[in-house]
Design a protein around this ligand. Structure first.
Ligand SMILES: [Zn+2]
Length: 222
């Protein structure tokens, strides 16, 4: 059994446990050379076993290795487009986080709010308007943002996509996005308005040596 399939299986369960997606929603994948391992269509991410992943060749989209009789996620073209857009990307995690999706759908901006936001999500998380799932529209909308260098994209009325060099990095980004949404919601519930970090404050966080060290650990999967 390839270690990457074990890891995908573990993170699939974690994403459901943490409430980032529910029922058969969400899909995840990982890149191993030119092979992409994708979650099968119609499964809860919590119930996928190590033999249930669907492996495709990145360039041709053809099946690689043993055919387990399962179809890949219907978002297969969105996943492949992310890998083709940015060669350093090794994992794509698409979830349906309730609070982040609701807050983005309400039109609230996800801009830098606290130090971990800057370190893991970047200066801003873009939100794209609703597009039909499972086809060309969502592929183009997400790939457009990924090509601009964004590692997390919000999909209004739908969910979010987080990328990573490791599964742990994409998982942490998914968790932190929902955390940022709870932060925004708490500010709004307290009757306030979001106070985003200034460009100077963002730069000071980006220059922290400790953040470089944490990023390095995450990208090694430690
Ligand atoms: Zn979805």
């Amino acid at each position: 059994m390839k270690p990457i399939l074990k890891e995908l299986t573990r993170y699939g369960k974690l994403l459901v446990e943490k409430g980032l997606t529910t029922g058969p929603g969400g899909n995840i994948s990982a890149r191993d050379g030119n092979t992409i391992h994708l979650s099968p269509s119609g499964y809860s991410l919590a119930e996928i076993g190590p033999d249930d992943w669907v492996s495709l060749d990145l360039k041709s989209g053809r099946r690689v290795g043993r055919d387990n009789g399962l179809r890949p996620t219907c978002e297969v073209s969105m996943h492949l487009a992310c890998y083709l857009s940015r060669p350093e990307i090794r994992t794509v995690v698409h979830t349906h986080p309730v609070t982040a999706t609701a807050v983005a759908t309400a039109g609230v901006k996800f801009k830098a709010l606290f130090p971990d936001f800057v370190a893991l999500l970047g200066r801003e998380v873009p939100a794209v308007d609703f597009v039909t799932p499972g086809g060309e529209e969502i592929r183009a909308a997400v790939a457009g943002k990924v090509k601009q260098g964004h590692n997390v994209v919000l999909l209004k009325n739908h969910g979010a996509v987080a990328l990573g060099v490791t599964l742990k990095e994409a998982y942490f980004r998914s968790l932190l996005l929902e955390n940022a949404a709870a932060f925004l919601l708490a500010i709004l519930a307290a009757g306030g308005r979001p106070r985003y970090l200034t460009p100077k404050e963002i730069r000071s966080i980006e220059c922290l040596e400790a953040e470089d060290y944490r990023k390095l650990l995450l990208q090694k999967g430690v």
